[in-house]
Design a protein around this ligand. Structure first.
Ligand SMILES: Cc1cc2nc3c(=O)[nH]c(=O)nc-3n(C[C@H](O)[C@H](O)[C@H](O)COP(=O)(O)O)c2cc1C
Length: 400
């Protein structure tokens, strides 16, 4: 377990929670050094962290040195086994994403060689701002670990996503020795397939790929080796061992190739049920006709195709996007597709599902009553789904 922890504290309301996080780390026996931004010092005093850690607090990179023989930002980056930034303001997230180094904290980020654990904390609209979202995606693609903020009441009296994860959750995320999926390989499909009509046009399904990517991200965080097969996604797949595909047939091939060495398969992709019967090699010209007819033929059902290849110990998980009769349809698919679990989404709701950051699924399996995750972030949904899949995997393989 890591012993030397560098805690970056930036200027947000959740600084008070960071004091508790610091205390948890000190109590666990870690040596903790704290870098505060000047804004952070307006929320809690350096003296608080100094008293808890027993170490001097680092704030100003140009201060005449108490340790004159070291260049502090380079030395601190080399010293730390773990680097946590909590709370992380929208500002620090933007600065790290773009390589800005204009204070001690950001100057220490650049020479630090390992992923940084970043706990965003901000007002719901700051968090939802597309610039913040792009910066967060950039940080994730660079390999940093983002600790998903919670949804709830904010200090600014708004309600939504952006509350920093609780200190205990951050502690657990960073230091948990238990990586329940360690040693397992999880294969995830994400995004939508695109069925080409001609070289410039295609038909596709609505899917951002966010749910599939959340499953991939959580599987990795829980210790699994992750393989991703991705169709069209509006979120980045960087940082994963990814096979990019376009059509359902390509996705079928890619999954068939990878599934043999997989322990848990999670099919979160929105695969088109139909493809165009006659692909036109040349762009279809605009004519004076008021209509054209595209004949569609059925795509293979990937899960049904995989069923005969399924090995005894493997766990296959499917998703069912339903607009009515959720339970009946999900149960039918569970049996009909030879699945161990199915995660059913009610796509008639506007607040969850397509393109949103939150989801609520009901998980159906052969040996348990259906249970709902409640409306939580897609990452939390993914975590619960994977832990349940792991439980089934354990039962099948005699380790539970
Ligand atoms: C009362 C108050 C609360 C704030 N809370 C947050 C916050 O929770 N998250 C955030 O990103 N910015 C927050 N800000 C704005 C930041 O403090 C501001 O962007 C600052 O420049 C951040 O500097 P730093 O990233 O160097 O710490 C808050 C500002 C004030 C005055």
């Amino acid at each position: 377990m890591s012993k030397r922890i560098l805690l970056g504290v930036t200027g947000g309301i959740a600084c008070y929670k960071s004091v508790h996080l610091c205390r948890l780390m000190v109590k666990a026996g870690f040596e903790v050094k704290v870098i505060m931004t000047t804004a952070a010092c307006s929320f809690v005093t350096p003296l608080t962290f100094q008293a808890i850690t027993g170490n001097r607090i680092y704030i100003n990179e140009f201060e005449a040195g108490t340790e004159p023989d070291i260049i502090e930002h380079v030395w601190l980056a080399g010293w730390a086994d773990e680097f946590i930034i909590a709370p992380a303001t929208a500002n620090i997230i933007a600065k790290i994403a773009h390589g800005i180094a204009d204070d001690l904290l950001t100057s220490t980020v650049l020479p630090y060689k390992k992923p940084i654990k970043i706990a965003p904390s901000m007002n719901v609209d700051m968090y939802a701002n597309p610039v913040t979202q792009k910066n967060l995606a950039l940080l994730a693609s660079l390999g940093h670990d983002l600790i998903d903020p919670n949804t709830g009441e904010m200090a600014c009296r708004t309600e939504g996503k952006g509350r920093m994860a609780e200190p205990e959750e951050i502690f657990e995320y960073v230091f948990s020795k238990t990586k329940p999926l360690a040693g397992l390989t999880v294969l995830v499909t994400a995004g939508a397939t695109a069925e080409a009509i001609d070289p410039v046009r295609y038909i596709t399904n609505r899917s951002s790929g966010k749910m599939g990517l959340a499953v991939a991200r959580q599987a990795k965080a829980l210790g699994a080796e992750v393989k991703l097969v991705a169709g069209l996604t509006s979120v980045s797949t960087d940082g994963f061992d990814t096979v990019k595909v376009q059509s359902a047939l390509e996705m079928l091939d890619a999954v068939k190739n990878a599934v043999q060495n997989t322990d848990i398969l999670v099919m979160a992709a929105a695969v088109a049920d139909f493809r165009v019967a006659e692909y036109s090699g040349a762009k279809i010209k605009k004519t004076d006709d008021d209509e054209i007819t595209l004949r569609l033929i059925k795509n293979p059902d990937i899960l049904k195709e995989l069923a005969p290849m399924k090995k005894n110990g493997q766990v296959f998980v499917g998703f069912a996007a339903e607009s009515d009769n959720l339970e009946e349809n999900a149960k039918k698919k569970l049996v009909g597709k030879g699945l161990d679990m199915i995660a059913a989404n009610d796509i008639s709701r506007k607040d969850i599902g397509f393109e949103t950051d939150d989801n609520e699924i009901v998980i159906f399996s052969a040996d348990r009553e259906p249970f709902s995750t409640g409306k939580v972030s897609k990452d939390k949904v993914a975590e619960r789904l994977l832990l349940f899949a792991k439980e089934l995997h354990g039962k099948k393989n005699g380790s539970v």
